[in-house]
Design a protein around this ligand. Structure first.
Ligand code: FAD
Length: 406
């Protein structure tokens, strides 16, 4: 029997340090610049690819860690460096998770490596496109359609996706579309749109409050034709699922979008933790140095207790993230919405801790010369994407009550 332990093993510690060093030496020094310029940090992505951090092997290794903890460790360190740049580097993993959640083993082997590298070793990016202007939290109401052209064994995709990380600049887009709109989310499937497919284009790129180094844009799908083998999971499995649903039976495990979100929530929570930790560490040091009334401000209980609460909340959130990551990796059933709990808590903690950090810095917390206001702006997205605060509460409350809460 394995003893219970929260101690990280040698491998995990080593990788954690390696990512931390990259975050400290490569990411942090340019974080302010890319926030201001609101541009994709290509040189940083290239450097991450050069050292092997942005690579199929590294991500496969992180996903494959038998404890499940390595992926959140990596995400936390990277977001500690900068969440926007972190997402510019690891946004690809959203598409990768979409392929893992719904693809056959053959499709995983064919497409996941291409999410990182293309022809002639070119650096590739991937995107996961679910959200639409009228279908955000309510993913059952997607309007993007996928129609099968039997004569050519091709799927034809039409619609507009919005808020897509790496949308339009990605080489591989994983698109969730409706095959039968009457069936809501049970009539949806995921498709790979390979590099250079005609008909896929970028719509407007959004100007954002935070994580501004990460590209967020609309993706327009205008008669996009993809080969039959680009349907994740395959046609036979989809036909069986649709037949079951039409007969009034359960759709089975694969409600395409939900399956992906469930597996990625703790890793997203870990990014929020990284931001919170950055703000906590910075404000702790600041409070020890800043003198008012002839003493360091940390000597006031009101400041010291704030820091004590910040640290406590961060550690509590991390435990929820690790638990959910471990449960996901070891096949435990999320009976109480533990994946959602981890992301709900970590997002809220990040927003709260970064706001408190501004308070501790006073005026210096409010200006762009210091990173704290940026961390606060960056943190808010973690209450919104990959399921809003309220959607996490919905998942948890339904899980704990068995009642179909609305
Ligand atoms: C920077 C950024 C990056 C993103 N990246 C991606 C991506 O890569 N791929 C992708 O597919 N999407 C992405 N998204 C979209 C994101 O997942 C959605 O914004 C999110 O799911 C919320 O949808 P919405 O914005 O339409 O808000 P809405 O769903 O309209 O929600 C508005 C408000 O209503 C609340 N609400 C909605 N329904 C309920 C309910 N039933 N009960 C209680 N409250 C409810 C919400 O919690 C929220 O407070 C991204 C968004 C942003 C901002």
């Amino acid at each position: 029997m394995t003893e219970f332990s929260l101690e990280l093993n040698e491998d995990q510690l080593q990788i954690q340090k390696w990512v931390h060093d990259f975050a400290e030496n490569v990411v942090r020094p340019v974080a302010h610049e890319y926030d201001e310029r609101e541009e994709t940090p290509w040189p940083v992505i290239e450097q991450a690819a050069e050292v092997g951090l942005y690579s199929f092997d590294f991500v496969a290794n992180a996903f494959g860690d038998p404890t499940g903890i390595l992926l959140p460790l990596v995400m936390e360190e990277m977001a500690w460096g900068d969440a926007g740049i972190g997402l510019a580097i690891f946004g690809t993993t959203l598409g990768v998770a979409g392929i893992f959640a719904n693809g056959t083993p053959e499709q995983v082997m064919e497409w996941v490596p291409q999410c990182f590298r293309g022809e002639n070793d070119k650096i590739n990016l991937a995107a996961f496109a679910v959200s639409e202007p009228d279908a955000g939290s309510d993913v059952s109401s997607l309007r993007t359609t996928a129609v099968y052209d039997e004569a050519k064994d091709e799927w034809v995709l039409n619609g507009t996706k919005t808020w897509i990380t790496n949308g339009g600049i990605a080489d591989i887009h994983v698109v969730v579309a409706s095959v039968d709109r009457d069936l809501g989310s049970r009539g949806q499937a995921s498709f790979i749109v390979p590099p250079g497919t005609p008909g896929l284009s970028q719509g407007q790129k959004f100007k954002k409050m935070g994580i501004r180094a990460s590209h967020t844009a609309e993706v327009v799908l205008d008669d996009v034709r993809v080969p039959g083998r680009c349907l994740l999971g395959g046609k036979e499995k989809l036909d069986e699922k649709l037949a079951r649903v039409r007969e009034g039976k359960s759709a089975g495990r694969s409600q395409a979008a939900m399956a992906t979100f469930e597996s990625s929530r703790p890793a997203v929570g870990a990014q929020a933790l990284g931001i919170a930790r950055a703000a906590y560490e910075f404000s702790l040091e600041y409070a020890k140095e800043r003198k008012q009334f002839g003493r360091a401000i940390i000597e006031n209980q009101s400041i010291a207790f704030m820091l004590a609460d910040m640290k406590t909340e961060i550690d509590a959130a991390r435990l929820l993230v690790w638990r959910a990551a471990w449960m996901g990796r070891t096949g435990k059933v999320f009976e109480n919405g533990e994946g959602s709990m981890s992301k709900l808590k970590a997002g809220r903690v990040a927003v709260w801790v970064t706001e408190r950090a501004i308070q501790i810095l006073g005026g210096y917390g409010y200006v762009r010369e210091y990173p704290v206001e940026r961390w606060h702006r960056d943190s808010k997205i973690y209450d919104i994407f990959e399921g809003t605060e309220q959607i996490q509460q919905l998942v948890i409350s339904r899980a704990i009550s068995g009642v179909h809460i609305k």
